[in-house]
Design a protein around this ligand. Structure first.
Ligand code: SF4
Ligand code: SF4
Ligand code: SF4
Length: 194
């Protein structure tokens, strides 16, 4: 049987914790955990980690359901109990800890409170705050912002973001001097913490 690649779980955890979203954190962690050959000595870890990755991906893409969360709970409980090595047990404990965060459940209703899951957020212009300065359109490399720039003799037209073209790169929000661009949850239209 193939020897598992030396995976340093504490190091992966440290990098994962740079993400604010617990679902993104969990997916990053499990993807790194699975980046080498799986030793496969214990079924709950060997199979569970692959299933966990699929379930987390669904949540991040806005397709997640209660069944995904329940499956993740089951997987982490089984891994905690039946993993033969510390890596498996630590993995179960890290994911279970992130699963318990309220923001994890928010993904079921299409809300990523940290704004890190791009499938669940949109950038929008608050037209009443937009002065049509045009800075957002200058930084957007995807031609996703449209509007008419103000000139000394014309007030211009408030800008708008074409969602189909927007890649959620976030460059426009950084340059808007009026705070007129906001991050909104796709399904619930709630501000996503910016
Ligand atoms: S718990 Fe450890 S020994 Fe068991 S499959 Fe996972 S990495 Fe291998
Ligand atoms: S988030 Fe990026 S792609 Fe979308 S409108 Fe802003 S700059 Fe353009
Ligand atoms: S940068 Fe802000 S104020 Fe300027 S056009 Fe874009 S949304 Fe409007």
């Amino acid at each position: 049987m193939a020897e598992a690649k030396e995976v340093k779980v504490e190091e992966i955890k440290k990098s994962a914790e740079e993400k604010s979203c617990p679902v993104q954190r969990s997916l990053y962690y499990i993807s790194e955990f699975l980046s080498g050959p799986m030793c496969g000595r214990c079924f709950p870890c060997a199979m569970g980690s692959y299933e966990a990755r699929v379930r987390l991906q669904s949540l991040i893409e806005g397709r997640g359901t209660e069944a995904d969360i329940n499956a993740l709970k089951r997987i982490t409980a089984e891994m905690a109990e039946a993993s033969m090595c510390k890596k498996g047990k630590d993995t179960a404990s890290f994911i279970a800890g992130w699963l318990s965060e309220e923001a994890f459940d928010g993904h079921l209703s299409g809300t990523c409170s940290s704004g890190e899951c791009s499938a669940l957020i949109e950038y929008r212009v608050v037209s009443g705050k937009c002065t049509a300065c045009g800075r957002c359109t200058e930084v957007c490399t995807h031609a996703a912002v449209i509007g008419e720039k103000a000139k000394p003799y014309r007030s211009g037209v408030p800008f708008e973001i074409r969602q189909k073209r927007c890649t959620r790169c976030g460059e426009c929000i950084k340059v808007c001097p009026e705070g007129a661009i906001i991050l909104v949850g796709v399904k619930e239209s709630t501000l996503a913490g910016v």
